[in-house]
Design a protein around this ligand. Sequence first.
Ligand code: ZN
Length: 259
Amino acid sequence: MPPTPRSARGGPLHGGRSSTSPAPPAVRPRRVVTDRRGGSSHPPYDTFNLGGHVGDDAGDVAANRARLARELGVPGDRLVWMDQVHGTGVAVVDGPVDGPLTATDAVVTRTPGLVLCVLVADCVPVLLADPVAGVVAAVHAGREGVRAGVVPATLAAMARFGSRPADTTALLGPAVCGADYEVPRAMQAEVARVAPAAAVRTRKGTPGLDLRAGLAELMTRAGVAQVVHDPRCTVEDRRLFSHRRDGVTGRQAGVTWLG
Ligand SMILES: [Zn+2]
C-alpha cells in the first residue's frame, strides 16, 4: 500500500485549492540578541565577542561564532556578517557569503536558514521581519545611520520582495540610552531633523540622543505595524558590550533568520 500523502502543516481535510486565505508560510522569523556571556574571549573582549574587527584574537572570535551557529542549529557558513561603516548600504543575500559583506549596514534575505547578524556595542541593532512576504533584515543603526536613513533604505529593499510595512515588525535591540548619550547640540539637531523624538536630555541635563525613540518614530511614520523595544542600555548593563563605557571592547550581535 502506498503511503498516504500528507501535508506537513496539516492542510485542509479535503483536497483541492483553498478558496480562502493562502497557507501560512512554512518558516517564521526568528530573533536572538547575544550578550557577553558564554564565550572564549579574554578581557577586554570577555567573553562572547562576535566582532572580528576590534582587536580580539581571531581564534577566539571564530570559536564564539561557531558556538553561536551551534546554539542556533545552523552550519557556521550560514551566518552572514557585515563590514559595517555607518552608511546606508543594503545588501540582499540568497545564499552563504564568504567573509563579511563589504561596506554594508543592512542585509536582507528571504532565504530560510540564512542567519543575518548585526554587530553592536551602543549602536542600535534593528531586526525587521515581514512574515507574510517571508523577508527578514538586520540593520546597524547608529547616530549616522539614523541621520542618513539606513532603516528607510532597508524597508525599501524589503519592498522589492513584496514586503509591506503594515505586515512588518521591528525589534530595537540593546543600545546606549538617551540619558547616557551626550552629544553636541548641533549633532543632536542633525539627527532631530530626521527623527525629532531622538532629541532628549541626558541625566546631566545636556543635549542627548535616544536613537531608539527616533527609530521607533521613523518606523511608525513609515507604517511599520509593530515596534518592540529591548530597553536594556549597553552603558548601564555590564552583561553587554559598550564602546562608550569601555573603549576597547567586544561586540554583541542582533541576529535574525527565517527558520
Ligand atoms: Zn543608559
